[in-house]
Design a protein around this ligand. Structure first.
Ligand SMILES: CC(C)(COP(=O)(O)OP(=O)(O)OC[C@H]1O[C@@H](n2cnc3c(N)ncnc32)[C@H](O)[C@@H]1OP(=O)(O)O)[C@@H](O)C(=O)NCCC(=O)NCCS
Length: 157
């Protein structure tokens, strides 16, 4: 499979996110393209995986600050899973933004957790009943900016 990853920070990309959220996350409320576009205008990014003109999957990141982004959605259509598309998409996300990236994932979603850990994301806490389905979530973070020392700003000079 010859996969290409493209940034689509436009209405076309936002419509693809809407479609993926419907097909891949049917149990959750869908992301409508207008909301996605609003986040794109604030510095959010949409990445789409293609084989030729066929959409295989996509990812959507929201910008909170220049140093902090949220990976809001990543999904590969069921028929294309297990072929490295998720890895290509996540690598694309990491390359597209500079700051730390955090996300939430269902604690039983082993494929996604494995994928995130492969790229250096770490579980930082478990949040009970995070999802409307009653499932717990892990919050995971990929840290790329240096943390401030604990006593920063309290120098003696
Ligand atoms: C999670 C998801 C995006 C992975 O996409 P994918 O294209 O199937 O993943 P890849 O083929 O690139 O595999 C990447 C890594 O994920 C992990 N992984 C993928 N499928 C797995 C499975 N069935 N079981 C365990 N680990 C799995 C492995 O660590 C794999 O690396 P490896 O092949 O080197 O072992 C895809 O399963 C998906 O869309 N799931 C539904 C949506 C979802 O849960 N999104 C995340 C919500 S937070």
């Amino acid at each position: 499979m010859k996969v290409s990853i493209r940034q689509e920070n436009n209405v076309h990309g936002a419509l693809i996110v809407e479609r993926i959220s419907e097909r891949v996350f049917p149990r959750y409320s869908r992301w409508d393209y207008i909301s996605v576009m609003n986040y794109v205008r604030l510095g959010g990014k949409v990445l789409v995986a293609y084989e030729g003109d066929t959409v295989l999957g996509g990812a959507f990141v929201r910008r909170l600050t220049d140093d902090l982004y949220e990976l809001t959605l990543i999904g590969v259509l069921p028929e294309y899973r297990g072929k490295g598309v998720g890895k290509r998409l996540l690598a694309g996300v990491i390359g597209a933004v500079k700051g730390d990236i955090y996300l939430h994932v269902e604690v039983r979603n082993e494929p996604a957790i494995n994928l995130y850990e492969k790229f250096g994301f770490r579980k930082i806490k478990r949040i009970p009943k995070f999802y409307s389905t009653g499932e717990d979530a892990y919050m995971m973070v990929l840290k790329r900016t240096p943390s401030l020392p604990e006593n920063s700003g309290e120098g003696e000079g």
